[in-house]
Ligand binder design. Structure first.
Ligand SMILES: Cc1cc2nc3c(=O)[nH]c(=O)nc-3n(C[C@H](O)[C@H](O)[C@H](O)COP(=O)(O)OP(=O)(O)OC[C@H]3O[C@@H](n4cnc5c(N)ncnc54)[C@H](O)[C@@H]3O)c2cc1C
Length: 401
C-alpha cells in the first residue's frame, strides 16, 4: 500500500498517541487526526498513583499541550466519541454526527473497567478507576474510609496511594496471595505484605453486596463480616468490548483480532494497544494490559503502515508502584521455568528455564532490571548460584561486563 495522506486514530491513550507521534517522528507530513472521548489525550498509569495522592491536574497527564499539538499538526477531536466505523468507506462517525474519512484508520480504544456483579454496585460512591474523573472522585475521598475490591495491579496500587494519602483502607480479595500471576509467588507475597505493614485491613474474602446506610456504605462480605466505608473502589480487572469494530463487521474476539502488523480483517483498518489481540503459537493472546507494550505496539503499527521494519522490542517490561517503592518486571514466564531468589531488603526474583534467564522482578533496582533485560534478550547462559548471590552485581553476568 502507498503511504497514506490522512490517518484517523480512534482513542488517544498511549497506543493511539504513539501511532501519531511515530508518524511525525518518521517525517510523515500528511494529516493526523485523533478522536478521543476524554477531554485530552492523556496517560493512565498516574491515575492510580499521583492523582490519588495529590489530585494532580489533567494537564500534567496529557501527552502534549495544545501548542505542541498545533506545532506537530496533530488534530485532536477531544471530548468526542467514535460511535461507528464504516470499514469499506474508511470513515468514522462521531457522537456529534460528524463523519471523518481517512486513508488509514487505527483503532486504539483500550479497555474498560470490568463492571462489578454484586448487588449495590451501581450505588453512588461505588467507583472504578479507568479515567481521570474516576481518579478525582477517589481523591475526593482522601482521608476517609474506602474499601478496595480486588488486589490486582490497579487495586493494589490504589490501595497503596489511598493509604499514603491518609485513608483507612480495607482491601478485599479472595486469593491467598494476590498478584501471583503478575509477579510470581515470592514477589507477590512480599508486595502484598506491604499493605498489612502500612495498616491496611486485608480481607481474604469476596463482596456479597453493598448497602447504603445513612450517608455511608456497608460492604457485606461473603464470609459473613461487614465493613462500613465512605466509598468503594471496584478493581476486578478490565474488559474489552470493541463495540465499534464488532458492529462494523471486523473480526473480534474479546478484542480486535489483528495480524502481526496490526492490520485487522479489513484493509486499511488497524488496531493497536490493549484492544488488539494477536495469534501466537496457535493461541489468540489478549492485549498485554501494560503501558510499554501498548507504546511499542503503537510504534510498530505506525512503522508497518509506513512500510518500515519494526524497531525491535526486547523482552516485555512493566512496572508498578507501592508505598514509594518501584517494582519492575522484565521478561515472560516459560513452561518449565523456576524461581531463584536473591535475598535483600526486598527480594529480587529471577525466573530461569534451564540455563536461561526468562524473567526478573525487582524492587527499587533499575540497574538489575536493565542488566536482566539484556541477559534475556541475548539469551546469555546464567548460573543460578550467581543470580542469588547479593555480592554479584547482575550487570557483571553480562559478557564483557
Ligand atoms: C489506573 C491505571 C494504572 C495503570 N498503571 C500501570 C502501570 O503502573 N504500569 C503499566 O505497565 N501499565 C499500567 N496501566 C496499564 C496501561 O496504562 C495500559 O495498558 C495502557 O494505557 C493501554 O494503552 P491503550 O492506548 O491501548 O489504551 P488506553 O490507555 O486505555 O487508551 C484508550 C483511549 O481510547 C479512548 N476511547 C475509548 N473508546 C473510544 C471511542 N469510542 N471514541 C473515542 N475515544 C475512545 C479512551 O478514552 C482512552 O483514552 C495502568 C492502567 C490504569 C487504568
Amino acid at each position: 500500500m502507498s503511504a497514506p495522506r490522512r490517518v484517523l486514530i480512534a482513542g488517544g491513550g498511549i497506543a493511539g498517541w504513539t501511532v501519531a507521534s511515530t508518524f511525525r517522528d518518521r517525517g510523515f507530513d500528511g494529516e493526523i487526526v485523533i478522536v478521543e472521548r476524554e477531554a485530552a489525550c492523556y496517560d493512565r498509569p498516574p491515575l492510580s498513583k499521583t492523582v490519588l495522592v495529590d489530585g494532580a491536574p489533567l494537564s500534567s497527564l496529557a501527552f502534549a499541550a495544545p501548542e505542541a499539538l498545533a506545532q506537530a499538526s496533530i488534530e485532536v477531536h477531544a471530548g468526542r466519541t467514535v460511535v461507528a466505523l464504516d470499514a469499506a468507506a474508511r470513515t468514522l462517525r462521531l457522537d456529534d454526527g460528524a463523519l471523518l474519512a481517512g486513508d488509514v484508520i487505527v483503532l486504539a480504544t483500550g479497555t474498560a473497567a470490568r463492571p462489578a456483579a454484586f448487588p449495590g454496585s451501581t450505588l453512588p460512591g461505588v467507583l472504578s478507576l479507568q479515567t481521570y474523573a474516576d481518579a478525582r472522585a477517589l481523591h475526593a475521598l482522601k482521608g476517609r474510609r474506602i474499601a478496595v475490591v480486588g488486589a490486582g495491579l490497579i487495586g493494589a496500587e490504589a490501595t497503596a496511594a489511598l493509604r499514603t494519602a491518609g485513608s483507612e483502607v480495607t482491601l478485599i480479595d479472595p486469593s491467598a496471595v494476590p498478584g501471583t500471576r503478575a509477579f510470581g509467588p515470592t514477589m507477590a507475597a512480599h508486595l502484598h505484605a506491604m499493605h498489612g505493614a502500612a495498616g491496611v485491613d486485608c480481607r481474604r474474602d469476596t463482596v456479597a453486596g453493598v448497602v447504603p446506610t445513612g450517608g455511608a456504605l456497608r460492604v457485606d462480605l461473603t464470609g459473613g463480616d461487614a465493613v462500613e466505608v465512605d466509598g468503594v473502589l471496584v478493581a476486578t480487572g478490565v474488559v474489552t468490548d470493541p463495540i465499534v469494530a464488532r458492529e462494523s463487521g471486523l473480526d473480534v474476539d474479546d478484542g480486535i483480532v489483528v495480524q502481526d502488523s496490526g492490520l485487522t480483517s479489513a484493509p486499511g483498518i488497524y488496531a493497536v494497544g490493549d484492544v488488539a489481540r494477536r495469534w501466537k503459537n496457535g493461541v489468540l493472546r489478549p492485549g498485554s494490559g501494560h503501558w510499554d507494550a501498548a507504546r511499542a505496539d503503537g510504534q510498530d503499527v505506525a512503522d508497518a503502515i509506513l512500510g518500515l521494519p519494526p524497531a525491535g522490542r526486547g523482552a516485555d517490561w512493566f512496572w508498578s508502584d507501592r508505598y514509594g517503592h518501584h517494582v519492575e518486571v522484565v521478561g515472560a514466564l516459560a513452561g518449565t521455568a523456576r524461581e531463584v531468589v536473591r535475598p535483600g531488603l526486598h527480594p529480587t526474583v529471577f525466573v530461569v528455564d534451564g540455563d536461561r534467564l526468562v524473567r526478573a522482578v525487582s524492587v527499587d533496582d533499575p540497574l538489575a532490571v536493565r542488566a536482566a533485560r539484556r541477559l534475556i534478550d541475548r539469551r546469555t547462559p546464567v548460573v543460578a548460584d550467581q543470580l542469588v548471590d547479593p555480592a554479584v552485581p547482575v550487570r557483571s553476568l553480562l559478557p564483557h561486563a
